[in-house]
Design a protein around this ligand. Sequence first.
Ligand code: ADP
Ligand code: MG
Length: 332
Amino acid sequence: TRLANQIAAGEVVERPASVIKELLENALDAGATQIDIQVEEGGTRLIQIRDNGGGIDRDDLPLALARHATSKISTLEDLDAVATLGFRGEALASIASVSRLTMTSSTDDSGVGWSVHTEGRDMEPVLSAASHPRGTTVAVRDLFFNTPARRKFLRTVNTELGHLEEVVRRLCLFNFQVGFRLTHNGTLRWQFRPAPDEAEQRRRISTLCGQAFMDAATPLLVETHGLSLGGWLGSPSVARGQADMQYFYVNGRVVRDKVVTHAIRSAYSDVLAHGRHPAYVLFFELDPAAVDVNVHPTKHEVRFRDQRVVHEFLARTIHRALAGLKTVALTP
Ligand code: ADP
Ligand code: MG
């Protein structure tokens, strides 16, 4: 299993940003409505996520850090299988194998919970009683303390913090029902209340994407033929020299996709200066059966069943919204 741990750890845990992505997704899966993130030294010294979700039972705590499917990997053929199937249920085990990890949790309001601690890959989890409100806190300390080769690839604190904030930004932009708080080295960076209404959502986007973007953005919500597109289109006046302010969610996951990018570009083509890139935050929903998101578990790729229909819907809807028209006709 040593091989399995190292392979899986390399796959999931590339840098502090990949740790925070997995921990935040777990907190959201647990139904949290408030998530507090504390980071020290760009996440290399500490990443701590506290949520108020459903929590984990005493008996399940050590299991959450245990490896499942990949413990069977012993040959290169097995590796191939893993590469195609992905590492489901392995994230915490992978993170635990390259850090000092403490997970404390409670499933009720008694204030009483349990805690597990591990240091590196060869240690069995140690269980102890702990006090904790309903929910879970995961603290990841000294990332890559036992893998110097990996530690060498870490960049400056500011670079790692930038990657990490980008992960948090992407999740904050979609999960409006959840409150978030992020501190770095004890300094508050972001604090968002749950944002069920549009005014609070605008405030959150304004903080995350800049007021210039939000102030000139065109809101959009169109549903037709089982396809739905909502969000905000940046004005051509905030078009950028780089394609760095483009958030496109497919059924809740940020993706980068050629069909999508091309459709949006073509919708903006009349109004955009040459070499400029549109800014947008868009939420696209469609039948999960009409899209394959399992191209790669840690990459942001999708494959649409019918690319032509998706392209036409996006291009037309966005073109019309930019032109100030509300309705969209789609040829079946
Ligand atoms: P996966 O999320 O793919 O199941 P993980 O290694 O990320 O795998 O997590 C393992 C398990 O630990 C989860 O399936 C879940 O049962 C539990 N878990 C992890 N984090 C939390 C959390 N914040 N709250 C409740 N349960 C959690
Ligand atoms: Mg997970």
